[in-house]
Design a binder for this molecule. Structure first.
Ligand code: GTQ
Ligand code: FE2
Length: 364
């Protein structure tokens, strides 16, 4: 009997939906090279996005507005998404409009571009006013509807972990019975938002997740100003994370939200992380150099940095600070010990400020 060739054997295995590791040259190549950044670095210019949002207000009638939103799609990702795990987009709501209530297993957040006291999102029965640059969380499976009861159009950035949830194939969705959800009865006394500060009810077991729901810009800006004189991170300047006030963890289980200040003329050092990120320019002008590409940005532009891509930030102005809001998929990686950074870890890597040294006793 003539021995079959390896090739014949491989064909037999293939028919049985199996493959020998000796055929794994191509896979091995992928694994040995380390991560290849998924998608490309890209900027969505406010001066191109804004006119399209305004146009959408005319073209898409109110009756049709589940959400009047554009997703920003990475030109290098066939599966969709802004990065392989994150989706960022922009949404506009006209005066008097309501974006009706629903919930989904995709976690989302809103970072307000234009808003005021009479623009709000209701999250699980709590009214969250949307002033410019406030951050509002709509966690996984929370009911949410958006309202504009003001005389001015409102705009916000939407960030979702959609590509991650679709990748795991768990995309549940449910519309609310009715277009607006019930608001908690006795208003603020029942709000989770009233239980996240320094004084909390002694008789209640605290809720540990999905809070504080709203991070007002006045607080974020004040904290940036307070810490602006520090050295900060060599890779990110004065980068602050919006944390869960109960456990100090990320704002949501999959999404880490940052606000960062690049001081006038600041140029950060280059690093790469196994995480990916999406950025929105709150103010200022500069560029982010991603591998060999220069992403030029200014106020209200949106851009993305793919995973494992070297990047550094430059504030072009000699007189004004630049402020960036960003969302990172870092928690998805940290959960499974897959967060790595080169050339060194910069996340919580340094000690907090030391107690001042006690002076030597002087002779009286
Ligand atoms: O505002 O609830 O961009 O459900 C995508 C899906 C926004 C929203 C998006 C959504 C929403
Ligand atoms: Fe939604």
């Amino acid at each position: 009997m003539v021995a079959k060739t390896l090739q014949e054997f491989d064909v037999e295995l293939d028919k049985l939906h199996m493959r020998g590791q000796w055929q794994y040259d191509r896979l091995l190549e992928q694994v040995i090279g380390g991560p290849k950044p998924a998608g490309v670095p890209y900027v969505w210019k406010w001066e191109e996005v804004y006119p399209k949002l305004v146009e959408a207000c005319d073209i898409i009638p109110e009756s049709y507005t589940a959400r009047r939103n554009f997703s920003f799609l990475n030109p290098g990702l066939e599966r969709g998404g802004t990065t392989h795990t994150l989706l960022i987009g922009m949404q506009m709501i006209k005066p008097g409009e309501l974006a009706w209530a629903h919930r989904h297993t995709i976690a989302a957040l809103r970072f307000v571009v234009r808003g005021n006291e009479r623009v709000y999102t209701v999250v699980d029965g709590e009214v969250c006013p949307m002033h410019a640059y406030d951050l509002i969380l709509t966690p996984r499976w929370s009911w949410h509807d958006h309202h504009n009861e003001s005389d001015h159009p409102a705009i916000w950035v939407d960030v979702l972990d959609l590509p991650f949830v679709i990748g795991l194939n768990v995309p549940f969705y449910e519309p609310y019975p009715g277009d607006r959800q019930q608001v908690r009865r006795s208003s603020e006394a029942e709000y989770i938002q009233a239980r996240t500060g320094a004084l909390r009810p002694t008789w209640e077991r605290p809720k540990e997740r999905h809070l504080p729901l709203r991070y007002p810009w006045v607080d974020a800006e004040a904290q940036l100003k307070r810490l602006a004189k520090l050295e900060g991170s060599p890779y990110d300047g004065i980068a602050l994370e919006y944390v869960n006030p109960i456990n100090g963890g990320p704002a949501m289980p999959t999404l880490s939200c940052w606000i960062q200040m690049l001081r006038p003329g600041e140029e950060t050092k280059s690093h790469r992380q196994t995480s990916s990120a999406v950025y929105f320019v709150v103010r200022g002008e500069g560029k982010t150099i991603v591998n060999d590409e220069e992403l030029e940005w200014k106020q209200h532009d949106t851009f993305c940095v793919p995973n494992w891509a070297w990047h550094r930030h430059v504030n072009r102005s000699r007189s004004d600070e630049a402020i960036l809001f960003s969302v990172h998929d870092i928690p998805m990686l940290q959960a499974f010990d897959l967060y790595y950074e080169e050339p060194e870890n910069s996340i919580r890597a340094r000690p907090a400020p030391l107690v001042p040294p006690v002076p030597e006793k002087s002779e009286k």
